[in-house]
Design a protein around this ligand. Structure first.
Ligand code: HAM
Length: 431
């Protein structure tokens, strides 16, 4: 027997809804439903779609995300192109690639630009519930204005999207990371505090303290959390401009009715952020509790060689969304409307044409070609989760009719074969 090959650890197939899965992962129906919900919410906000390549130059992420970040230090899938020696990386997130594309195509010169994207990201993390090596993000980026209303808009968009998806127990956590000058002034204050507590910090934080002390605030190790509980707060050291910006964002959220919780230790794991940073967490998610996160990144376009263009955005993890959905909320997604149960010589011929006619007018229909008897078809029809079966054997063919069977109530009615597609079309699409 040939050796079985399996998917790479932490990278999953997105299966059709009927295929049993061992883990709670999104199936392709969930993906489509998510995309439809996203499109409907985005339509209301005037965002346009942009898709960038999955592979980018490694330097894009090193420069864009920061050398001393977990992602760049240890989580990137990087390789050398054997054809030309280029250093390439599977994108660990979408923002840097979107900024690269905006600069490359001179798209940032004509006023504000609202972008959304969706697709797979890759991070070499230790796989666990809610943490994968290939996962999927939906994200938006709003370029061209430093007005706090842009921050409020993307946060509100994220909040409404997650509410439309009916996700339970959401909390919006928010913080301000100030300007780069604010952070430079705050770092020695934080460092002095941390040095006093060094022996209580984990090894990782003792190392990070010297390279990127703000990240210590974000550590999930209980002892480190106990230490940083009383650490000096960046929000107490904001410049007047950053303070005003933050206050305006918070006031806007209050005015719109989006509830938030201030979290002075929210520093995010990517270096490009400034001012507003936020995460939406849920108690349904366990250790990996952020379903979506983002913030303002006014310096990134310039860092990557573009003009000075402010921006703010977020990304949502689709696998985390699926972990939060009750199983029942997805059952109607599996639905194909009609199962055509064609059997007997004449029935099979007519049934095959009927199947094509139904699909041709936009009605979903399917059939299992292996089934040859009525009993076999009914078994497959139940498995298919279709709402109705159309029974068409030689007897029905001789009478010029079909039996329409409601697969849930088992109620049946006989309908003429001539004009059947038009009749079912009217029933399906009339309000
Ligand atoms: P991030 O916080 O790294 O931000 O990721 C955003 C979301 O992606 C997380 O809240 C989570 O739902 C999901 N996610 C991240 N890593 C994993 C993983 N290993 N497995 C499953 N899901 C994961 C960013 O990526 C920024 N680019 C967001 C942004 C856009 N900021 C501004 N614009």
């Amino acid at each position: 027997m040939a050796e079985l090959l399996r998917a790479v650890k932490g990278m999953n197939d997105i299966l059709p809804p009927g295929v049993p899965r061992t883990e709670k992962l999104p199936d392709s129906a969930l993906w489509q439903w998510f995309e439809a919900t996203v499109r409907s919410v985005l339509g209301r906000y005037g965002y346009q779609n942009l898709l960038t390549p999955i592979v980018e130059p490694t330097a894009l992420f090193v420069r864009g995300l920061g050398e001393v970040t977990d992602i760049v230090e240890k989580e990137m899938y990087s390789f050398v192109d054997s054809m030309n020696g280029d250093k390439l990386t599977l994108r660990p997130e979408a923002t840097a690639g979107i900024v690269r594309a905006m600069i490359e195509h001179n798209a940032l010169y004509n006023g504000p630009l609202r972008i959304w994207t969706m697709g797979p990201m890759f991070r070499h993390e230790r796989p666990q519930a809610g943490r994968l090596r290939q996962f999927h993000q939906f994200g938006v980026e709003s370029f061209g204005t430093s007005d706090p209303r842009a921050d409020i808009e993307v946060i509100t968009l994220l909040w409404h999207l997650l509410l439309d998806l009916a996700l339970p127990n959401l909390t919006l956590e928010i913080n301000s990371l100030g300007s780069s000058g604010d952070r430079a002034a705050y770092k020695p204050i934080l460092l002095a505090f941390l040095r006093h507590q060094e022996s209580r910090l984990c090894a990782n934080c003792r190392r990070r303290m010297e390279t990127n002390p703000l990240r210590v605030l974000d550590c999930k190790v209980p002892d480190c959390r106990a230490v940083t509980e009383s650490a000096p707060r960046l929000t107490d050291h904001l410049s007047p401009e950053a303070r005003t910006h933050f206050d305006q964002v918070l006031a806007g959220l209050v005015a719109i009715g989006v509830p938030y919780r201030l979290n002075p230790r929210l520093v995010r794991g990517l270096d490009y952020y400034c001012l507003t940073s936020f995460e939406i967490t849920s108690t349904h998610l366990g250790a990996q509790n952020a379903v979506g996160a983002g913030g303002r990144y006014d310096g990134l376009v310039k860092t990557l060689g573009g003009p000075s263009v402010p921006a703010v955005g977020f990304a949502v993890g689709l696998e985390r969304v699926s972990l939060m959905l009750p199983e029942a909320s997805l059952s109607s997604l599996n639905e194909c409307l009609y199962y055509v149960a064609a059997f007997g010589e004449e029935g099979i011929k007519l049934g095959f044409v009927l199947l094509d006619e139904l699909r041709g007018v936009g009605i979903s229909a399917q059939c299992d070609y292996r089934a040859t008897t009525l009993k076999g078809h009914l078994r497959q029809a139940d498995r298919s989760k279709c709402r109705y079966a159309i029974l068409l054997g030689d007897d029905e063919a001789a009478r010029g009719s079909v039996i329409l069977r409601n697969l849930e109530s088992k109620a049946q009615e006989e309908l003429p074969l001539v004009g059947l597609t038009s009749l079912l079309k009217t029933r399906t699409f009339s309000p």
